[in-house]
Design a protein. Structure first.
Length: 101
């Protein structure tokens, strides 16, 4: 969740495994294009964004590094499989946002 209610996040595009625009063939993750809007009027710094689901025990931090993505995705999928779920992750708002006052 955002620490400032004046920050909104929306998913602008979603690329699924082997979908058009995917940067890696047979990846085990989906790719999200987010739109983050700062309505505070103050400069803000996004410190982290994670993917969350009620089915996961904790948010999965985002990454653009292939090795990190593979490790985090495999760990999340194992956790879901352990509780009998094939897959199911959703978007979480920026988890740490600071706006100047």
């Amino acid at each position: 969740m955002s620490t400032d209610e004046r920050i909104t996040v929306s998913v602008q595009a979603l690329t699924l495994r082997n979908g058009g625009g995917s940067w890696l063939k047979d990846a085990n993750w989906d790719e999200y294009v987010l739109k983050i809007v700062n309505e505070s009027g103050d400069p803000c710094e996004i410190e982290s964004i994670g993917l969350a689901s009620g089915k996961l025990d904790r948010p999965v931090p985002s990454s653009i590094a292939r090795q990190d993505l593979e490790a985090r995705t495999n760990s999340a999928l194992r956790g879901l499989k352990d509780v009998g779920i094939v897959a199911g992750v959703g978007i979480e708002a920026p988890s740490a946002v600071r706006c100047a006052k």
